[in-house]
Ligand binder design. Structure first.
Ligand SMILES: C[S@@+](CC[C@H](N)C(=O)[O-])C[C@H]1O[C@@H](n2cnc3c(N)ncnc32)[C@H](O)[C@@H]1O
Length: 201
């Protein structure tokens, strides 16, 4: 397990809802609602549970495996996990070292995670491995921007935020293709910074 990343998120757990729960999460709520409507009835992997802010958007009655590297984030998520009208089997796990067999899942959902996974292409390759052939990857992610002023701002902010474990300027769409996925759809939620990415294994 990547101890540095785990420690960073363990430290963030207590203040995460205060930082993310009231501003950004309110802003993204309608888009996340629409995003998670694609969650089907097959075997679903969700990365990363965090404090469970996304759970209210899950359609009822689904059976998921939810993972996160930080047990402290999952401790905060507990009441939200218990309130879900379905099944979420939660495990503390690093996406780079998932012990699941190959071709295990029909769908993988990620939410606001690939700006902080240390090795994004390796992490995406790991998700590719556990998806069945033709299985679906659905991502709701912050990425770098192709618009000059935003790109410059993010390039400047990235070294400052890297110490907190967040990379602002990643090209996640290119990383998805580099990991072997076939891109199906990319939708911009806020400029080209917050986007949904849909791909198949
Ligand atoms: C910004 S939070 C997002 C949480 C939640 N999806 C949300 O939107 O509220 C990022 C989460 O990714 C988890 N994470 C970071 N790197 C990880 C890794 N390598 N494997 C599993 N989880 C990881 C962190 O512990 C944290 O809970």
């Amino acid at each position: 397990m990547d101890q540095l990343t785990k420690d960073r998120w363990d430290r963030a757990a207590r203040s995460f809802d205060l930082m993310a729960g009231y501003g950004p999460e309110k802003r993204w709520a309608p888009y996340k609602q629409e995003f998670f409507e694609r969650m089907g009835e097959g075997r679903v992997l969700f990365l990363a549970v965090g404090t469970g802010l996304d759970i209210r958007f899950f359609p009822p009655g689904r059976k998921l495996v939810g993972i996160d590297i930080s047990d402290k984030m999952l401790d905060v998520a507990r009441p939200r996990l218990e309130a879900y009208d379905g099944e979420i089997d939660v495990r503390v796990m690093d996406v780079h070292e998932m012990p699941f067999p190959d071709d295990e899942f029909d769908q993988v959902f990620t939410s606001c995670t690939f700006c902080s996974v240390p090795n994004p292409v390796k992490g995406l390759q790991a998700l590719h491995r556990v998806l069945k052939p033709g299985g679906e990857l659905h991502m709701f992610e912050h990425t770098g921007s192709s618009y000059y002023p935003f790109r410059m701002m993010m390039d400047l902010m990235t070294p400052l935020l890297r110490a907190r474990g967040t990379e602002m300027n990643r090209n996640t769409v290119a990383n998805v293709e580099a990991a072997g996925f076939e891109l199906r759809e990319v939708k911009h939620v806020f400029l080209d910074v917050v986007k949904t990415i849909h791909a198949t294994a």
